[in-house]
Design a protein around this ligand. Structure first.
Ligand code: UDP
Ligand code: MG
Length: 148
């Protein structure tokens, strides 16, 4: 089983879309295996998005991500990483396919309601950024390489 980190971003939490976003993933057979609400400090958002630190949108993105609470979660399923990316749609909601979460709900390329890990390596780094061993079920901690 594969695991991925999803975040319901602060714009979606503020708009009352937590349930709608989780519903869309669960409806596709992805299982929630870890879930919490946190309010990141800007430094913590910078740490999470450090791969983008050279990007022109970095300061605005990390201010946005620390502007209110967000809801990180671990989702589990066969091919979960790729399936979540498909269900989210392209980063820019105007370019996202019809029916995707971002196309349906997002308001801009920055305020695009949801994050999903883009690779197994990203998921392996991003899950422990938010979740300790005690906060996820045992199979998540065992990692994507396990045969469980
Ligand atoms: N982002 C932005 N402007 C851009 C590209 C990205 O504000 O031109 C934000 C957006 O919130 C995006 C996040 O930065 O989700 C991370 O960018 P990435 O390219 O990793 O997109 P994602 O993997 O989230 O689709
Ligand atoms: Mg990304």
């Amino acid at each position: 089983m594969e695991h991925t980190l999803v975040i319901v971003k602060p714009d979606a939490v503020a708009r009352g879309l937590i349930g709608e976003i989780i519903r869309r993933f669960e409806a596709e057979g992805l299982a929630v295996r870890g879930l919490k609400m946190v309010w990141l400090a800007q430094k913590e958002a910078e740490g999470f998005y450090r791969v983008h630190r050279q990007q022109p949108f970095f300061d605005s993105l990390t201010r946005f991500m620390s502007s209110g609470p967000c809801v990180p979660m671990v989702l589990e399923g066969e091919g979960a990483i790729g399936r979540v990316r498909t269900l989210m749609g392209a980063t820019d909601p105007q370019k996202a396919a019809e029916g995707t979460i971002r196309r349906s709900l997002a308001t801009s390329i920055e305020r695009n309601v949801v994050h999903g890990s883009d690779s197994a390596a990203s998921a392996a780094a991003e899950i422990p950024y938010f979740f300790s061993r005690l906060e996820t079920l045992p199979a998540v901690v065992a990692g994507n390489s396990s045969s469980t």
